[in-house]
Write a protein that binds this ligand. Sequence first.
Ligand code: PBG
Length: 323
Amino acid sequence: MTPLINRPRRLRRTAALRAMVRETRLDAANLIYPLFACPGEGVRREVRSMPGVFNLSVDELVKEAEEARRLGVSSVIVFGLPERKDEQGSGAFAEDGITQRAIRAVKREVKDLLVIADTCLCEYTSHGHCGVIKDGEVANDPTLEILAQTAVSQAQAGADVIAPSGMMDGMVAAIREGLDAAGFTDIPILSYAIKYASAFYGPFREAADSAPQFGDRRGYQMDPANAREALREAELDVEQGADMLMVKPALPFLDVIKAARERFTLPLAAYQVSGEYAQIKAAAQMGWIDEERIMMESLVAIKRAGADAILTYFAKDVIRQLS
Ligand code: PBG
């Protein structure tokens, strides 16, 4: 037998060697922690299908944001469950809307925390769709105006970044125009550019009470079978002035994350969505997997594929592991 010259195992022998040659590291600065604001006071209601995730009244949400900040979380994304829903989703852009109140309170009470606003209508519409309905369909162009108005109201409340997630064509341009006209030329847009019509959002729809009341979202969110179309979606958002792009969900679409990373120069985010989180939590509760290790391995995979920032319900747990 010829002598083995190449022995990759040489660099795996000790923890110090492995750490020295490690290519990918998770960093607290890259994690975005989702928060769900709900009406009331003193409310901290756990989402049944997402253990460790809560619907929080504004006072409790501020406490949660403070704790997260203290641990080392540097940014949060805020979703809202309004008191009332209507056909237009008018709670999305109300000055005293649930999301606006939550953003205002966090910006006032928590120092140095970046606050991202999710900009969509599905939590606020009575029918649960991400836009207004005309002739039984989600109408694209009439929705754009409402999205722009929503983004402006979120920026007025103090949001540092606007993140449109409704997959309406032209949403980035409409929001950019609205923000600029209102004087918010410096507020960046993190576009959910590549968002699939995914069953992995199931638990979120319970958390945000946003399940569509008829039909589904396949008429506007992407077909999970498509990868080339993802690049087209991202390209259109770049042209419209997106500052950052997002792929969602994350783990089932690592190939798409990688392709977007290779094609575009903008910072890229990926959303480890509710179903990804719930799967890990459930299997861990059954004692079938090691929760901590699966959490870290999934997130490293998402980063290795090319995501700069990761939205994850595990943000606090990851930071505890890192320190
Ligand atoms: C709103 C929105 C959704 C998620 C983020 N923003 C739900 C959806 O499109 O149905 C999903 C997040 C998750 O599953 O964790 N459009």
